[in-house]
Design a protein around this ligand. Structure first.
Ligand code: SF4
Length: 349
C-alpha cells in the first residue's frame, strides 16, 4: 500500500474492513472526512470493533448516531474567532488555523465538523489579516498553529508563516500541533525541519494515542525534529477501546518519553457529534490516572484535562490527593497506596 486510503472501496480492498461493512463505511464517509495513511493502515490487524488503530481511523456506523449531549462545536471555537483563522480564548495565546486538511481523519476528532479535504485554507489576504490581528495585540505571547494539520502545508508556506511570527516582537513561543510525525513520518523531511527554524522558541506537540503508533519511522521523524533543537510535547485523547487501560497508557507515555517527547495533555474526549462510543466517564478517567501515579515516572504523567463546552477553556480534571481538614487547620493527603496522612504530621510519621 503506497497511498492514503480515502474511498470506502479502497478500505475494503485493503482488508481493513470486511466487504459486508461497505455500505456502513460509505454512509459515514458521506457525512465525515475519511483518510488512512499507509503507515497507519499497516498497523491495523483487526476490525474497528477490536483493533485500537482501526477504531481510530476506520469509519463505524455509531458515528451516525448523535446523542443529546453532542455538540457541533464542542469546545466553542466559533464564538471566540474574531477573524477568520484565529481563535482567541485565553488572553496570552491564540490559535492560528491556516487550513483544515489532515493526513488522517480521526473518527473521534473534536473538529470533525470543520476538518476535511474540502475545508477552506486561508487565502493570502486572510492570512495577512490573521497575522495583523496578532501583531496588533501585545498581550499575545504564544501562537498555536493547528487546524487541520499545519505541517501538511508546503515547507515554503510553513517557513513564510514562521518568519512572519518570528518577526513579531511580543511573541515568545510558536507552537505547532500535528499528527504528521506519527501518521506519515516520512513527511518530516529536511526541508520541513528547516522551515521550522526561528530565533524564537518553536515547540511541536505531536498527537499519539496508542503505543503501537510509536513505530521506528515515527521515532526517526521525532529524532529529526529533536536534532534540530525543537522541544517535543505530546497530546493524547482518552478513548474507549483504544487506550482506556492503565498498562496501555503507561506504555504510550513511557514510549513517548523515551523518544524525548514529554507527555503534555491527556484529553478527556470531547462531545463531538457521533463520538459517544469513544467516551468514558470522568470517574473512569480519574481511576486510570490514579493507577498511573506511582506506576510510571513523573516524566510520563500528562495533565488530564477537559475542554469545557462553550469555550470556557481547559480545566485539569485529574484526581485530587489533598483535602483541607478545616477543624484541625491542616490537610489530609492521600499516598500512593490510598492511605491518608495528616499534613503537617500530628504524631509519629
Ligand atoms: S489529526 Fe487532529 S485535527 Fe485532524 S482529524 Fe485527527 S484529531 Fe482531528
Amino acid at each position: 500500500m503506497t497511498r492514503t486510503l480515502r474511498q470506502p472501496a479502497e478500505i475494503i480492498a485493503a482488508g481493513l474492513a470486511p466487504p459486508g461493512r461497505a455500505a456502513e463505511i460509505a454512509a459515514v464517509a458521506r457525512r465525515y472526512a475519511v483518510a488512512i495513511t499507509p503507515d497507519m493502515a499497516k498497523l491495523i490487524t483487526g476490525d474497528a470493533a477490536g483493533d485500537p488503530i482501526a477504531r481510530q481511523f476506520v469509519p463505524q456506523a455509531q458515528e451516525l448516531a448523535t446523542a443529546p449531549e453532542d455538540l457541533a462545536d464542542p469546545i466553542g471555537d466559533h464564538a471566540f474567532s474574531p477573524v477568520k483563522g484565529i481563535v482567541h480564548r485565553y488572553p496570552d495565546r491564540v490559535l492560528l488555523m491556516p487550513h483544515h486538511a489532515c493526513a488522517v481523519y480521526c473518527r473521534f476528532c473534536f473538529r470533525r465538523e470543520d476538518v476535511g479535504p474540502q475545508g477552506e485554507s486561508l487565502n493570502r489576504a486572510e492570512l495577512a489579516a490573521a497575522l495583523d490581528y496578532i501583531r496588533a495585540r501585545p498581550e499575545i505571547w504564544e501562537v498555536i498553529l493547528t487546524g487541520g494539520d499545519p505541517l501538511l502545508l508546503s515547507p515554503r508556506r510553513i517557513a513564510a508563516i514562521v518568519r512572519a511570527l518570528d518577526a513579531i516582537p511580543h511573541l515568545g513561543v510558536i507552537r505547532f500541533h500535528t499528527r504528521l510525525p506519527i501518521v506519515e513520518p516520512k513527511r518530516i523531511g529536511a526541508a520541513l525541519v528547516k522551515a521550522l527554524a526561528a530565533a524564537k522558541a518553536v515547540y511541536v506537540v505531536i498527537h499519539a494515542n496508542h503505543p503501537r503508533e510509536l513505530t521506528p519511522q515515527a521515532r526517526a521523524a521525532c529524532a529529526r525534529l529533536v536534532r534540530a533543537g525543537i522541544p517535543l510535547l505530546s497530546q493524547s485523547v482518552l478513548l474507549r477501546g483504544v487506550n482506556d487501560d492503565a498498562a496501555i497508557l503507561a506504555a504510550l507515555f513511557r514510549g513517548l518519553v523515551a523518544m524525548r517527547v514529554k507527555p503534555y495533555y491527556l484529553h478527556h474526549p470531547d462531545l463531538a457529534p457521533g463520538t459517544g462510543h469513544f467516551r468514558l466517564s470522568l470517574g473512569e478517567g480519574q481511576a486510570l490516572m490514579r493507577r498511573l501515579r506511582g506506576r510510571v515516572s513523573g516524566l510520563c504523567q500528562p495533565n488530564y484535562v477537559l475542554d469545557l463546552p462553550g469555550g470556557h477553556g481547559k480545566v485539569p480534571v485529574g484526581p485530587c490527593y489533598a483535602e483541607p481538614d478545616e477543624e484541625a487547620g491542616s490537610w489530609r493527603i492521600e499516598d500512593l497506596a490510598g492511605r491518608r496522612h495528616d499534613y503537617p504530621p500530628r504524631g509519629e510519621v
